[in-house]
Design a protein around this ligand. Structure first.
Ligand SMILES: NC(=O)c1ccc[n+]([C@@H]2O[C@H](COP(=O)([O-])OP(=O)(O)OC[C@H]3O[C@@H](n4cnc5c(N)ncnc54)[C@H](OP(=O)(O)O)[C@@H]3O)[C@@H](O)[C@H]2O)c1
Length: 274
């Protein structure tokens, strides 16, 4: 932690200078890039992920911005992890103004052959934890009539995804949930933004086992800094859906023009094993 603020400091106006953001999956990739942008804007940040050492390294990297930082180590695939995060925030008097539900992962392979445990963990992280953190942190945002929520969806949200059926379906949930909630919250002072990146160069590809698929060899991935910048700008402008990059925008639009059976077969070809 770089600097301590008391709850009174926050109420007395320090909070206006230093609003607090909670970022899940802050140790790597798009999540850490978003932390850098928040730090540049003077946000205090709670970074959460499983790898404590990596989170500590990330906090070191943010030190130049002289912001307040905290680490919470939790595995979001474990039931009650979100409750424990919110409990720790309450214990430390850290009311969250901005929530970034970024943690997520994919699992490449045929559904029938993939491990049940891994598919269930995916649903827990990509869907359940994202929904739960939103549910638990939203009331105080509504009370303050001020808050921002960013949910990491994906281009996968627009189509079905053979070889990663559960992942694609999880991102369709994130997009639909975010859009529905954003509409419910109109006029409340709280905005919800679903960010939809296409292939992006991070740890994601390796972790998902996507080296075996044609996807990342056929599509040039965007860099995580650009993706984070586009998403961050969209969130700050209160946009509901942000698709990153012109090509992705075109592809998202084109999914409305063709039958889903056609896009599903196309994705199957792109994601087939090399
Ligand atoms: N990269 C892409 O091509 C791409 C495209 C579209 C959408 N996205 C979405 O963007 C988001 C960020 O992905 P990324 O590309 O930055 O991936 P990444 O580099 O693999 O980072 C994922 C982050 O999530 C955390 N995480 C993973 N499993 C977790 C768990 N069980 N509990 C808590 N934290 C966990 C990881 O930290 P620990 O391992 O330390 O826990 C890491 O900080 C994800 O939601 C992903 O679905 C990515």
């Amino acid at each position: 932690m770089n600097k301590e603020y008391t709850f009174e400091d926050r109420l007395s106006g320090v909070s206006k200078l230093a609003k607090l953001a909670l970022v899940t999956g802050a140790s790597e990739g798009i999540g850490f890039e978003l932390c850098k942008l928040l730090a540049k804007d003077g946000y205090s940040i709670v970074l959460t992920a499983r790898n404590q050492k990596q989170l500590e390294r990330r906090v070191e990297q943010l030190k130049e911005h002289k912001i307040e930082t905290h680490i919470i180590v939790e595995d979001l695939s474990v039931p009650n992890a979100c409750e424990r995060i919110v409990e720790q925030l309450a214990q430390k008097n850290l009311p969250v103004d901005l929530l970034i539900n970024n943690a997520g992962f994919a699992n490449y392979g045929n559904f029938a052959e993939n491990s049940l445990e891994k598919e269930m963990a995916l649903l827990q992280v990509n869907i359940v934890a994202l929904t739960k953190l939103t549910k638990l942190l939203l009331p105080s945002m509504i009370k303050n009539r001020d808050g921002k929520i960013m949910n990491l969806a994906s281009m996968a949200a627009f189509v079905a995804g053979p070889q990663m059926a559960v992942y694609y379906a999880s991102k369709a949930y994130v997009l639909s949930f975010s859009q529905g909630l954003a509409c419910e919250l109109e006029g409340s002072g709280v905005t919800v933004t679903a960010v939809c990146p296409g292939a992006t160069s991070t740890e994601f590809q390796e972790r998902a086992g996507l080296g075996r698929s044609k996807l990342f060899s056929q599509v040039k991935p965007m860099d995580s800094t650009t993706v984070a910048e586009i998403g961050y700008r969209g969130m700050m402008n209160g946009e509901t859906i942000v698709v990153t990059g012109a090509l992705n925008k075109m592809m998202a639009f084109s999914t409305r023009l063709f039958p889903r059976s056609m896009s599903t077969r196309l994705v199957k070809r792109i994601q087939a094993a090399r």
